[in-house]
Design a protein around this ligand. Structure first.
Ligand SMILES: Cc1cc2nc3c(=O)[nH]c(=O)nc-3n(C[C@H](O)[C@H](O)[C@H](O)COP(=O)(O)O)c2cc1C
Length: 176
């Protein structure tokens, strides 16, 4: 699989401002990709965060139990979150409405996988890639909710698993 340099990506300085997470995640969406070059899966996510925890820059992603991506998140500690320009919205819609159990998402969308850092997978069309290593997981539970509104989003009690990933690299794509 192609490396970051060959794909035209360059490293952003550690601790540098990468994006506005409210807009970038909530409205722009991201692809969460678990696994490595030999075996990976990706899905669209619009819930998550970027921040600072335990003296590390981290990202937070939330993956429901029934997602195919979940077994890749649990099977490997390395994952990426990838952000795209508006011209790739259709690809993100596809990756958020089809399962990797049934389809080859790269073939169906034209997204081209590459290896941004050894052991991780992202896509050459991304404008920004954050490579992360899971350092903590937590399964949400009904008891934790202090407000009924978010709890009502789980009529089948399929609570997300939260993954806290320590960000090891932030890479800017050629089209950014
Ligand atoms: C805009 C959007 C945001 C989504 N956000 C999440 C999310 O944060 N967590 C999650 O588990 N699923 C989320 N999904 C649903 C998954 O992307 C979707 O179920 C996908 O088909 C799972 O693919 P997989 O089975 O290949 O993992 C979102 C879908 C869309 C369209």
């Amino acid at each position: 699989m192609m490396s970051a340099g060959d794909a035209g990506f360059s490293a952003l300085p550690a601790g540098g401002a990468v994006m506005d997470p409210f807009d970038g995640i909530g409205r722009g969406w991201m692809l969460v990709t678990g696994g490595g070059p030999g075996s990976w899966n990706t899905m669209t996510a619009s819930w998550g965060g970027l921040g600072h925890l335990w003296n590390r820059d981290v990202c937070f992603v939330f993956v429901r139990p029934q997602r195919h991506t979940r077994r890749f998140m649990d099977g490997s500690r390395l994952f990426t979150v990838s952000f795209f320009g508006e011209e790739h919205r259709a690809a993100l819609e596809y990756c958020g409405s089809h399962s990797g159990r049934d389809v080859d998402k790269a073939a169906m969308t034209g997204l081209e996988p590459f290896e941004p850092v050894p052991g991780c997978v992202s896509f050459r069309q991304a404008s920004l890639v954050l490579a992360a290593r899971t350092i903590y997981t937590h399964d949400l539970s009904a008891e934790g909710f202090l407000d009924d509104a978010p709890l009502s989003l789980y009529p089948h009690s399929d609570f997300h698993r939260m993954y806290v990933g320590e960000i090891s690299a932030a890479l800017s794509g050629p089209g950014r």
